[in-house]
Write a protein that binds this ligand. Structure first.
Ligand code: C2E
Ligand code: MG
Ligand code: MG
Length: 688
């Protein structure tokens, strides 16, 4: 995942510190090399066969280094250390360092290491061997030397201590370099691959004395070492592989959520460092993509085809990602792109538009061209969050925003965040109010609807009211906005349906026959639950279904038209009428009027409120009335506050009106009293 060039590249951050460290380490290691290697005259002459049987494999086996797990393969384990540690135990420091340095040079040439990197590697080994040798000299500098007939018990302890010293010095040297190179905490870097290194490097080092003892017996035993060496190599490879697949999505081969988390955290560290260096702060954009019609593809064409689609989308996203970008699949039909180094937040939006563009081309599935659009939410570091969790949450809020508005792309804005602490507090209070039996904070108010040409009260709209114990009356629109994206919305709608059906049934037994309209939100229409509930309540109360009406908004239709349409069709089949609320705001599409099983259109109150003073508003209201009339729909004007508006609506041929001119929303029992007092307004009276 990390570009391999990074292994050779000079680090952009902490350049001075990193290279200072590399230089000092290289000089110290170099010092050991130049003092020890020339003092190796006789090594190869003392035991030519055994020595060469260890030295030659040392030079060859590094062709297959063991990589350590983790994304930064700053450290690989070279199997040559098994042979060179054996050489140390038998022939001392000089020969060990000489062979190890030669092995490093060969690897460096083969893998095109930068000079500084090869020098550092050679030095790192020279210092590790130097330290191990210092421990050995406490007892015997060459405990398994040519004169020795095998290790005494004391020797074994010292050999173990030397191996441990070698390991610790080497690990500290390498992972301090990793830390200086990539940042984060020093201790975190030291700990990162510790377990894996103990297993691999530790096994290699401890094979050293076994190799030496075998060589003491007979040089012919030396090749046997390749069997355990192969086993260690397999083990290291498997555990690295395992670590790697834990970070991959098996279907698309993209990174998974866990890998994205690490990448975001790393990139945030890099971006924060650049900012603290006084450089212009680059932006890091997190794009969250959710496909629009994936569920339909899965349902209609089967999961195999659904998988094909996800793989294709994964490929397109890879191609659409900017250089240095990182693509992940988070599960289901959710993907993420991380784009580092952007000049500003707008660039994140531009990038998202580009991604949408690449998705606009239909995908060929089973020979069928399938259109799969998507919505992308964008959150940008540092504006929209300082860590992975905040960025993810905010990108999610933005994505939902985009879906809700019917846009392809939305950048996070705090106003649409439903999860601020204040809102979460409000939500908890609301849930409590809804779930506590006998709690009277929540109530339904009813606003009369008047048929204009007779002046009769034909219906009511049920409107939710919540008197919060501390905040007082909560604006219903705010309340719905907070609850809409959560499970609390279901509780609200249940409550509304229960209360309204009970109220209308009660009025009916008192001889008051009115129709009640109730408002439902987007979420209610996504699941069919509402249909079952309506059917159950109607059945229990014996109320005819035409006594109820659902008000839906066009916003609800935009979110997921297919599912919403299915629910609406089922409601309509029950015999409950559907009214299109707030008509004329936002996303009006004449298609809705044609495609939906509507009975009624409600002209939004913003136009009605303005129609007496504003000729444009008046024209909009008039043409809506005409259009609805032509389609055979009833028109309701809401927000009638004065007599002049009422008269204009009568003149325009509007069917029904609702507004403060007639009555404000009121509790159910007040409505009965109001109805008793109600007098039909008289048109023949001159207008005020
Ligand atoms: P809406 O469905 O468009 O409801 C009409 C709104 O217009 C109500 O606001 C009503 O009080 C107000 N209104 C009626 N006549 C007049 C008038 O003459 N002048 C003015 N200025 N306003 C008038 P309210 O009760 O604040 O509700 C606001 C919105 O909250 C509703 O808009 C509806 O979208 C939502 N809402 C209310 N109750 C519920 C509910 O039970 N469930 C759901 N899902 N949404 C609800
Ligand atoms: Mg309404
Ligand atoms: Mg309305």
């Amino acid at each position: 995942m990390e570009p391999s060039t990074l292994r050779n590249a000079a680090p952009p951050e902490r350049r001075g510190l990193f290279f200072g460290y590399v230089t000092v380490t290289s000089l110290l290691g170099g010092l050991i090399v130049v003092t020890q290697v020339p003092a190796v005259p006789h090594a190869s002459t003392v035991a030519p066969v055994a020595f060469w049987l260890m030295a030659l494999p040392a030079l060859l086996v590094d062709a297959r280094p063991f990589s350590t797990p983790g994304r930064r393969d700053a450290s690989v384990v070279f199997p040559s250390i098994c042979f060179t540690f054996a050489i140390l135990l038998r022939w001392g420091l000089g020969p060990a360092i000489m062979v190890q340095t030669a092995a490093v040079i060969i690897v460096g040439l083969r893998m095109h290491y930068a000079l500084w990197r090869a020098a550092f590697n050679a030095a790192q080994y020279a210092l590790s061997f130097g330290a191990a040798y210092a421990v050995l000299t406490l007892v015997d500098p060459t405990p398994l030397g040519p004169g020795s007939s095998g290790p005494a018990l004391g020797h074994v302890a010292v050999i173990l201590a030397a191996a441990a010293t070698w390991f610790v010095v080497n690990h500290l040297l390498v992972y301090t370099a990793v830390w200086l190179r990539f940042g984060g905490s020093w201790w975190g870097a030291i700990r990162s691959a510790f377990g894996h290194e103990v297993l691999t490097t530790g096994s290699l080092l401890l094979l050293g004395p076994i190799l030496t003892v075998a060589a003491l017996e007979s040089a012919a035993l030396i090749p046997f070492i390749f069997v355990p060496l192969y086993a260690v190599e397999r083990m290291a490879r498997l555990s690295t592989e395992q670590e790697r697949t834990a970070l991959l999505d098996p279907l698309t081969g993209l990174a998974n959520r866990k890998a994205l988390l690490t990448e975001v955290s790393d990139q945030i560290t890099v971006h924060a460092e650049r900012a603290s260096d006084g450089q212009a702060t680059p932006r890091l954009a997190l794009l969250l993509l959710d496909l629009d019609r994936f569920k339909h593809v899965n349902d209609a064409l089967g999961h195999g085809v659904g998988d094909q689609l996800l793989v294709e989308i994964g490929d397109r996203l890879r191609r659409a990602a900017p250089p240095g970008g990182f693509v992940a699949r988070l599960g289901g039909d959710e993907f993420a792109i991380l784009a580092p180094g952007l000049p500003d937040a707008a660039a994140g939006q531009g990038l998202a538009m580009g991604v949408i563009e690449t998705l606009s081309e239909p995908v060929l599935l089973d020979g069928l061209p399938v259109d799969v659009g998507g919505s992308i939410g964008v959150a940008v570091y540092p504006e929209h969050g300082a860590d992975f969790a905040a960025l993810m949450r905010h990108a999610d809020v933005a994505m939902y925003d985009a879906k809700h508005r019917g846009d392809a792309v939305a950048v996070y804005v705090p106003e649409s965040d439903h999860n601020s602490p204040e809102r979460l507090g409000l939500l908890a209070d609301l849930r409590r109010a809804l779930e506590t039996p006998g709690c009277d904070e929540i109530a339904l108010y009813y606003q009369p609807q008047i048929e204009l040409h007779t002046g009769e009260v034909v219906g009511v709209e049920a409107l939710l009211r919540w008197r919060h114990p501390v905040r007082g009356m909560v604006n219903p629109e705010d309340l719905i906005r907070v609850a809409e994206h959560t499970a609390v919305m279901r509780l609200i709608t249940r409550r509304v349906i229960d209360d309204v059906v009970a109220q209308v049934a009660k009025w009916a037994t008192d001889g008051i026959l009115v129709r009640a309209a109730l408002n439902v939100s987007v979420r209610d229409l996504h699941t069919g639950e509402i249909v079952e509930q309506l059917a159950a309540r109607l059945g229990e109360s014996g109320l005819p279904p035409d006594r109820l009406q659902l008000e839906i908004t066009e916003g609800a239709l935009m979110a997921d038209p297919r599912r919403v349409l299915a629910t609406i069709a089922r409601v309509s089949a029950l015999g409950v009428a559907i009214s299109l609320d707030d008509f004329g705001t936002g996303y009006s599409s004449l298609q809705h009027l044609r495609r939906l099983p509507l009975t009624e259109v409600k002209v939004d109150r913003s136009f009605v409120l303005g129609m007496a003073a504003d000729t444009d508003d008046a024209a909009i209201v008039r043409s809506t009335i005409e259009l609805a009339g032509a389609l055979g729909l009833r028109v309701v004007a809401e927000g009638v506050e004065d007599e002049r508006t009422w008269r204009m609506l009568v003149a325009a041929g509007c069917d029904t009106a609702q507004g403060w001119f007639f009555a404000r929303p009121m509790p159910g029992d007040e409505f009965v009293a109001w109805l008793a007092r109600y007098r039909v307004p008289r048109l023949d009276r001159p207008a005020a």
